[in-house]
Ligand binder design. Structure first.
Ligand code: SAH
Ligand code: SF4
Ligand code: F3S
Length: 439
């Protein structure tokens, strides 16, 4: 038998990259590679990169610089760059870092084994095509190994929305949905291997329209299909666009008991002027009305969002509109970013707002969000939630899991095992997690 080689993958960016890294590791299994947790003894190092903000993209180059000594110590080491920086910068990466052997864009991962063989033959391998074939179909099925109880499953890729600030439509291409039967097969396979919660992933997951047995299915219809999978107990999905929040999906939040009461629904700004300049194609009021309808369907739903501050032309008044929108919604979770100008996007042509003002706005927004997160977390005390245990805690008899609202919950002395789902009464709220007792 051929000697096993070691593959080290570092993943940056979003959950879709986490999923892709798993699938690439599996595909490389067919070429004799096994995953290692450290770059020290690796025969191949793969950086699965993110291009969303300048800092994320630049980090890749500094990390590549840090890999130089590994390459001088082991000249046979192969270095690959995958993900959105690979797609956006292609050959430029090899120009800036000649020690890079492989550059592979997100739609070409199934070609990685061939590319590795090419690199072994001493050639450079570059592929940033958007091929017609389904990369997931060509990637090997996951080996039958046991898995952690929570898993990701990509159902949709790409974006047709072209927000003025965003690189995703360029790095991931047009919206494509995977067919229903393939998703169901993969979900059943995951369940057989111990998975009880699946998070459906897509850059615009609620724009899902995959081929079903009699025509395309919506995301809600797909969720109802997954609802029938025995052993699958919890379903989540992310990330959604407000404009694709269809009636049947809103309704499913009230009627599908496996669908968890948590929704990540980015709005980016609360100012109509800025939303327009961002090309978001929804406004403040339509977003707020949508939230109202979602809460009518599922009153206890926990909402999460993304915000950009310091977008070109944002004034203090525009920013105050964002703050008041946050006050109205009351988020249980939120991610906020200072605007980063990305080459090739429409907003990159526009004048930047003052850096210090943007930083100050980010701090104020984050303080407000933190307060809301804490308030919502504290309001859980005394309530009964359902917790799926994911790993042992720091203390002997303690387990840590996630509630239906995605809060981390620590429970001691329950005797629960990883993967168990139990009713828990929340007794205390800490900085980043809750403490509960089994009931
Ligand atoms: N498809 C998802 C999000 C993709 S990117 C959506 O539409 O919501 C994740 C988040 O990164 C975005 O929601 C946005 O808040 C942030 N982001 C994207 N481009 C950015 C940029 N140029 N500068 C700062 N933040 C950005
Ligand atoms: Fe980017 Fe907008 Fe598409 Fe989200 S919807 S991925 S922010 S272009
Ligand atoms: Fe980053 Fe690409 Fe995801 S740019 S956020 S890794 S889609």
């Amino acid at each position: 038998m051929a000697e096993t080689k070691k593959l080290y993958i570092k993943t940056y960016g979003c959950q879709m990259n986490v999923y892709d890294s798993e699938r690439m590791a599996e595909a490389m299994g067919g070429s004799g590679y096994e995953v290692t947790e450290t770059p020290d003894d690796a025969d191949m190092i793969l950086l699965n990169t993110c291009h969303i903000r300048e800092k994320a993209a630049e980090k890749v180059y500094s990390d590549l610089g840090r890999l130089k000594p590994f390459k001088s110590e082991n000249p046979n080491l192969k270095i690959g760059v995958a993900g959105c920086v690979a797609q956006a910068e292609g050959e430029e990466i090899m120009r800036r870092q000649p020690m890079v052997d492989i550059v592979v864009g997100p739609q070409s991962y199934h070609r990685l084994p061939e590319m590795e063989a090419k690199a072994q033959a001493g050639e450079k391998a570059l592929d940033t095509d958007f091929p017609e074939e389904d990369k997931f179909e060509k990637l090997k099925l996951r080996p039958k190994a046991k898995r952690a109880p929570a898993a990701f499953l990509t159902v949709q890729e790409g974006c047709d929305k072209f927000c003025a600030f965003c690189v995703v439509p360029y790095t991931r291409g047009a919206e494509v949905s995977r067919p229903v039967d393939r998703i169901l097969t993969e979900a059943r396979d995951l369940v057989e291997r111990g998975v009880r919660e699946i998070t459906l992933l897509g850059q615009n997951v609620n724009a899902y329209h995959g081929a079903g047995p009699s025509g395309d299915m919506t995301l809600a219809q797909l969720i109802w299909q997954l609802d029938k999978v025995d052993g699958l107990e919890r379903i989540r999905f992310t990330t959604s666009h407000p404009n694709d929040m269809m009636d049947d999906l809103i309704e499913a939040h009230g009627t599908c008991s496996k669908l968890m009461p948590y929704l990540h629904l980015p709005v980016q700004s609360g100012s109509n002027k800025i939303l327009k300049r961002m090309n978001r194609s929804h406004d403040r009021d339509s977003y707020l009305r949508l939230i109202e309808r979602i809460r009518e369907a599922r009153p206890d739903i926990l909402l999460s969002g993304d915000f950009i501050v310091g977008f070109p032309e944002e004034t203090e008044e525009d920013f105050q509109d964002t703050m008041s929108l946050i006050q109205e919604v009351q988020y249980g979770q939120a991610y906020s970013f200072k605007y980063s100008s990305r080459p090739g996007t429409p907003a990159a042509e526009r004048a930047l707002v003052d850096e210090a003002a943007a930083t100050d706005r980010l701090h104020r927004l984050q303080a407000l969000i933190t307060q809301q997160q804490r308030d919502i977390q504290n309001s859980m005390v005394g309530r009964d939630v359902s917790v799926m245990f994911e790993k042992p805690g720091r203390f002997d008899d303690q387990m840590v899991g996630k509630s239906e609202y995605l809060h981390a919950v620590h429970v001691a002395g329950s005797g629960a095992k990883v993967g168990d789902i139990a009713k828990v009464r929340i007794v205390e709220s800490g900085t980043n997690s809750l403490k509960g007792e089994c009931i």
